[in-house]
Design a protein around this ligand. Structure first.
Ligand SMILES: *[C@@H]1O[C@H](CO)[C@@H](O)[C@H](O)[C@H]1NC(C)=O
Ligand SMILES: *[C@@H]1O[C@H](CO)[C@@H](O)[C@H](O)[C@H]1NC(C)=O
Ligand SMILES: *[C@@H]1O[C@H](CO)[C@@H](O)[C@H](O)[C@H]1NC(C)=O
Ligand SMILES: *[C@@H]1O[C@H](CO)[C@@H](O)[C@H](O)[C@H]1NC(C)=O
Ligand SMILES: *[C@@H]1O[C@H](CO)[C@@H](O)[C@H](O)[C@H]1NC(C)=O
Length: 447
């Protein structure tokens, strides 16, 4: 009995030592591997942060001339919605000289294989010599392209061409609403209306505004810088006038030039694709237009109401309603002293709305689900996968303060509409803050 116990005790002690030893080894090995794992993970993230190696000329510009052609490249995006194709390039093409093109890729190194490009010119070019064209490219096997270009001759030396980056490769939805404002040009300096409009977008739940800048006035430039730093505004340089003679309008007989309205169709489509992978909805409207819900406090709750019935709608049409700037609200309660020296229109002072003339073409503006749209124009979508829905005007309209559209109408013929005033309590201090940040109102005049 005693001996047995002795042996047992002895065995127990040995087992105990083995157990402790094993435990220590396990802990040691575990800590070593996890340390190695974190080191490897750190290395991988470092490699991912580094720009992808691509030994060719790469353009970081918004507009890149295409070698051996009169065309311009704007952007390239991953887009697998059309069967057989992987990448969509948005370009500005000379319409009378469209010839076959070949897609060339950079996937770590310059890939020697090209694929045939499919060119889809947009139908809305308003008869100008240049128009927008989409170019669809299939990827060759085993090529995860970081950059792309187009060749006129498939056996040309691709290394002598300029490549552009392929966007939307690792984007996730992080915005509910993005507003795409097309073009800023002609030293535009309507600062007060722009600040009020941006702050209204914010109150309505917009997360990002994208704007294409050809030129702007000095005060507006200062205002924009503040919004860029804050991360609300994305300004894309748009030096279209360095490459073409842009028209100032849509009517080539009145405003001759190479391309419609500073390339508005190109910027609207570029913005829609730029937003496609990161924003649930995109609003396509002008700089002085506010897509405003009339029955909801913001766009989020309005779209929540529409979503159950209209989830397959790609294009929501919103009626444009003009508030002529020549008619002022009589009490002057929003004619604020601190805004007197700020250039631009004070939208809170204009509350008289024209009834749209429904016998004529009605210029809608759009809320789109970008993933359901392929090509857009200004007032409607041209190619889409989803449906269209005209949003009733009692639910949502565009508040558009500008020169009268129906100038013959008398004040009594207009409708009083104080919808903007519902937001004044937050809107006014927010506008003041933005103007102060830009140094456009002195600190002592605030409050
Ligand atoms: C591309 O390079 C690969 C490997 O170097 C070669 O086998 C292939 O024939 C080349 N293709 C073309 C179209 O030159
Ligand atoms: C292609 O162009 C690059 C850059 O000019 C040059 O280094 C390379 O030798 C050329 N390749 C061929 C096959 O001509
Ligand atoms: C988007 O809207 C949802 C409500 O539908 C909200 O919870 C979320 O915070 C919003 N996201 C952003 C980025 O504003
Ligand atoms: C807009 O473009 C003009 C002309 O290139 C430039 O002077 C100005 O600084 C730009 N403004 C912003 C906010 O990018
Ligand atoms: C959605 O459809 C239901 C049933 O047809 C209808 O009662 C409701 O009013 C619709 N909602 C909207 C916002 O159109």
């Amino acid at each position: 009995m005693i001996i047995r116990t002795g042996i047992k005790n002895c065995l127990c002690r040995r087992n105990f030592v083995v157990l402790i030893f094993t435990a220590i080894m396990v802990i040691l090995v575990y800590s070593m591997t996890t340390e190695r794992m974190t080191a490897i993970r750190r290395l991988i993230s470092k490699i991912q942060e580094k720009p992808v190696l691509c030994p060719v000329p790469i353009s970081q510009e918004s507009i890149t001339p295409l070698k051996n052609t009169k065309h311009l490249l704007v952007s390239a995006f991953m887009d697998r919605r059309v069967k057989g194709f992987d990448i969509r390039i948005i370009g500005i093409f000379k319409r009378d000289s469209i010839h076959p093109l070949h897609c060339s890729f950079c996937c770590g190194s310059v890939f020697n294989e090209t694929t045939p490009a499919k060119i889809l010119p947009h139908s809305y070019h308003f008869s100008f010599p240049f128009g927008v064209a989409d170019v669809l490219c299939p990827l060759p096997k085993n090529c995860d392209a970081s950059h792309i270009t187009l060749l006129t001759n498939p056996s040309a030396n691709a290394s002598e061409h300029t490549f552009i980056p392929v966007r939307n490769k690792n984007e996730k939805i992080r915005f509910n609403f993005t507003v795409c404002v097309s073009n800023l040009f002609g030293e535009y300096n309507n600062v007060l209306q722009f600040a009020q409009t941006l702050e209204m977008h914010k109150l309505l739940g917009v997360d990002r505004v994208v704007i294409y800048n050809t030129s702007c006035g000095p005060e507006l430039d200062r205002l924009l810088q503040g919004y860029i730093q804050e991360g609300f505004l994305e300004v894309v340089p748009w030096p279209i006038d360095k490459f073409l003679k842009p028209s100032w309008g849509w009517d080539i007989t009145k405003y001759p030039g190479d391309m419609h309205y500073f390339g508005q169709i190109a910027t609207l489509n570029e913005c829609m694709y730029r937003s496609m992978a990161r924003s649930r909805y995109v609003l396509l409207n002008d700089i002085d237009e506010i897509i405003t819900p009339y029955k909801h406090n913001n766009l989020v709750s309005m779209m929540k109401t529409l979503e159950p019935n209209y989830s397959d709608v790609g294009e929501f049409l919103i009626e444009n309603h003009i508030f002529p700037k020549k008619h002022f609200e009589p009490s002057g309660r929003f004619h604020l002293p601190q805004w007197e020296k700020v250039p631009g229109i004070n939208i809170l002072e204009h509350i008289y709305r024209e009834s749209p003339d429904r016998t004529k073409f009605h210029p809608y503006k759009l809320i789109v689900q970008p993933r359901l749209v392929e090509q857009t124009s200004v007032h409607f979508v041209v190619e889409k996968f989803g449906k269209q829905y005209k949003v009733p005007m009692d639910l949502c309209r565009i508040i558009h303060v500008r020169v009268a559209l129906q100038g013959h109408l008398k004040l009594e013929q207009l409708n009083e509409d104080k919808r903007l005033w519902d937001f004044q309590e937050k809107l006014i201090p927010n506008v003041d803050k933005a103007l102060k940040r830009a140094g456009l109102i002195p600190a002592e005049e605030q409050n």
